[in-house]
Design a protein around this ligand. Structure first.
Ligand code: RP5
Length: 157
């Protein structure tokens, strides 16, 4: 079983998928990846959600980004949307994802923030996985060390 199902609205969203992949590979988390569009192939979304046994969905989409909401309409599992910058600096996709009607929530990370979507999905999985909890702790420690190193270097600016 793969813990996360990732759906891209288009192959043109691959650069953002790559950011997710880098984090998921680092943490050793398995995922399925599909390309399916809420507008161009709505039946395919149905099929993917129905056949998925993942715990979390990540949906990557730009423009009128209906994909995360279309997935959330078909499952009670958590859905994390990533708005992709294509037009209007990505604000079109951000607002499309965030402005879900009451009752059908979708989590939303920042524009093009594939790494944060992956980390948020891992945090959800870590609620029942101590090994992932430890890996998240180590990831945060590394970030802290990197900021502390920059702070030391800044003394010579
Ligand atoms: C969205 O429209 C996709 O998620 C993509 O971000 C954008 C453009 O799609 P293409 O025309 O490049 O396939 O549905």
């Amino acid at each position: 079983m793969n813990s996360i199902t990732i759906i891209l609205g288009s192959a043109s969203d691959k650069l953002i998928f790559d950011k997710c992949k880098a984090i998921l590979d680092e943490f050793g988390v398995k995922y399925d990846v599909h390309i399916a569009s809420a507008h161009r192939t709505p039946e395919k979304i149905d099929e993917i959600v129905k056949n998925s046994d993942s715990d979390v969905f990540i949906a990557i989409a730009g423009l009128s980004a209906a994909l995360p909401g279309a997935i959330a309409a078909k499952t009670t599992k958590p859905v994390i949307g990533i708005p992709v910058e294509s037009k209007l600096d990505g604000l079109d996709a951000l607002l499309s994802i965030v402005q879900m009607p009451p009752g059908i929530p979708v989590g939303c990370v920042g524009i093009d923030r594939g790494e944060n979507a992956a980390l948020l999905a891992i945090e959800i999985l870590s609620l029942h996985d101590d090994n992932l909890k430890l890996k998240l702790r180590i990831h945060r420690d590394k970030m802290r060390e990197s900021v502390e190193k920059s702070n030391m270097e800044a003394k010579n600016w």
